[in-house]
Design a protein. Structure first.
Length: 251
């Protein structure tokens, strides 16, 4: 039985929120996806701004956001069932009605289950760089993914991306501005100076650089034009630098 009012820590950094008495727990699992787009009103029982976290890991950022912004609804997705189990458990124990988690790839979520211009924010923290050249096709951030994120966002909606991989960041700087009014962030996020995510906490403790950026969905770009431009951009075939793989084992 989880101990009420207990604060959890990861690598010495408190995890957002506290474990509540079990009578106050919620259910944050989204176990079945619809054939088409999600209906946000049906999912959360209200009309509110929607925040997506693709590749959400154990939910640290999204749970922190759900606690800080009860006026917003949140959906996190990750392809790894084990990290989603941790995310759901922590979301449940914090009694959060404005968050759901699903075992699902970010590309699939945006392409199949998000209606055009229906969400307010899309966050992408530390996408897997896949060091093996035979697996570069699995990288999440492609021009097509960015076009899907642009389509999912309301006009001017927020896109946030972060990585500790220099090769990935060089590619991000090349392609993201095609779809978003993109700005590189200097310094840490003020809401989480020790790290928004488990991966960021580890990278900072290892004294590695963390690259952060955000941008508004370009309002001068239609969905069809975004797809056309995506076809002209290079795929993410950058060298991820295999020397950085040890960080993945820690995360």
């Amino acid at each position: 039985m989880a101990e009420p009012n207990r604060v959890e820590r990861e690598f010495g950094v408190p995890f957002p929120g506290q474990i509540l008495d079990q009578a106050k727990w919620t259910q944050t699992a989204l176990k079945a996806m619809p054939d088409g787009p999600l209906n946000w009103r049906e999912l959360f029982g209200r009309d509110a701004p929607v925040v997506l976290d693709v590749g959400c890991g154990n939910g640290r950022f999204l749970i922190g956001s759900a606690l800080a912004r009860p006026t917003h609804d949140h959906l996190g997705a990750d392809i790894l069932p084990v990290v989603i189990r941790y995310a759901r458990k922590r979301g449940n124990q914090r009694g959060l009605p404005n968050i759901k988690f699903a075992v699902l790839g970010g590309r699939e979520l945006l392409e199949r289950h998000v209606a055009p211009h229906s969400v307010d924010e899309v966050h992408c923290y530390h996408p897997q760089p896949y060091y093996d050249p035979a697996k570069v096709h699995l990288r999440l951030v492609t021009p097509e993914f960015l076009a899907s994120a642009h389509r999912a966002l309301k006009p001017g909606g927020l896109f946030v991306i972060q990585t500790d991989n220099p090769g990935y960041w060089k590619y991000v700087r090349e392609v993201v501005p095609v779809f978003f009014d993109f700005h590189e962030r200097v310094g840490r996020w003020p809401d989480a100076p020790k790290g928004r995510t488990r991966r960021e906490i580890i990278a900072l403790k290892q004294k590695l650089p963390v690259f952060r950026g955000h941008g508004a969905a370009r309002t001068d770009l239609s969905g069809d034009e975004a797809l056309r431009r995506a076809e002209l951009l290079p795929p993410p075939t950058f060298d991820a630098d295999r020397r950085l793989r040890d960080l993945d084992r820690l995360a």
